[in-house]
Write a protein that binds this ligand. Structure first.
Ligand code: TRP
Length: 332
């Protein structure tokens, strides 16, 4: 049977190199002619964390252009916005009535908010809205609405996938076998260090931007923290942030000669030059594509409209059947 691979991309922030290496590239690697692929922008998920409307709009654009520039081909993969498929919300309600509250109580993300509140002596529900609590049900609906068979996610989403499978099973058992129980593909967490050596993350303010120009890229690389060994002194590649980043972009031969250069006492300035070269080589065509895409003001709207009209009929069909089996039908 043809696999149907589906994954959602939450539209918060602007993608950085860590997102590119850890999420965009591995997801696009799964696309081949043997499978159907569905990639969607989970824009309604973004409302859980972001209330600034201009940030929401900007992020949808930045994220969409990052994926397209990196090689997502909307002729091959289905690419759409969650908000263009309103059936997702109808399904969310039906599934909410199949989702045990006790199951959602156990969600790590929700539980960590509660435990932070308790630790700080606040009411345990402080700052927690229903959207945060029931978010796994919306994610379940995203997946089940298109009968996905395989869902690639990071390890932090594994528990949500178990919930999706549980909720789908409950619906099938209660009403009718309409829903496909999805398999989880856990994508290894790729640990990309930021310029201070900690995990690259917007919240640590240590990112290397992804769609920036060469000058900004060079500046970020110049800011990467090293030790104070002088040129000529042998250096350890293993503990070095520059080398860890180099590994993601360089060829095997380049990596081997860089190891030797560390032993021979290469200067930090020269390592940074080499690192810039390999990163820039990979990002240059992506940057060019991005500049071409951003030049066309109607492109994204047209793409989103085309993407939704291609897949939405399937969602409508499923909802129609679900209405039937749950008794929400026309009176005849
Ligand atoms: N919750 C996912 C994340 O934060 C994003 C997401 C939303 C998703 N809906 C999905 C992933 C459906 C896979 C399938 O990474």
């Amino acid at each position: 049977m043809r696999k149907r691979i589906l994954t959602g991309i939450t539209t918060t922030g602007t993608p950085h190199i860590g997102n590119y290496l850890g999420a965009i590239k591995p997801a696009l690697d799964l696309v081949d002619s043997e499978n159907d692929s569905f990639f969607f922008l989970a824009d309604y998920h973004a409302l859980i964390k972001q209330t600034d409307s201009s940030e929401i709009e900007k992020s949808v654009k930045d994220v969409a252009l990052s994926w397209l520039a990196s090689g997502l081909d909307p002729e091959i993969s289905n690419f759409y916005r969650q908000s263009d498929i309103p059936e997702v919300h109808e399904l969310t309600w039906i599934l909410s009535c199949c989702a045990a509250k006790g199951l959602l109580n156990r969600a790590h993300a929700y539980k960590s908010f509660v435990s932070e509140n308790i630790k700080s002596g606040a009411d345990e529900d402080k700052g927690i809205h229903l959207g945060l609590f029931s978010y796994p049900v919306l994610m379940t609906a995203d997946i089940l609405i298109f009968n996905a068979t395989h869902v690639p996610v990071g390890p932090d989403q594994a528990q949500h996938m178990e919930m999706a499978r549980d909720i789908a099973g409950k619906f099938n058992h209660t009403y009718s076998n309409l829903l496909t129980i999805p398999e989880t593909i856990i994508q290894n967490e790729i640990s990309v260090p930021g310029i201070d050596g900690r995990k690259m993350s917007k919240s640590y303010d240590n990112i290397i931007p992804f769609l920036s120009n060469e000058k900004t890229l060079k500046k970020s690389i110049a800011r990467i923290i090293t030790n104070s060994l002088e040129p000529g002194e042998p250096k350890d590649h293993q503990s070095c942030t520059l080398f860890q980043l180099y590994l993601f972009f360089a060829s095997n031969d380049e990596i081997e000669s860089m190891k030797q250069a560390y032993k021979d006492g290469i200067s930090w300035g020269d390592v940074k030059k080499e690192l810039f070269k390999v990163i820039n080589n990979e990002l240059m065509p992506i940057r060019e594509k991005y500049l071409e895409l951003i030049d066309d003001p109607n492109l994204l709207n047209d793409l989103f409209a085309a993407g939704a009209s291609k897949v939405r009929p399937q969602a409508q069909q499923l909802i129609e059947k679900m209405r039937e089996v749950t008794g929400i039908t026309k009176i005849v």
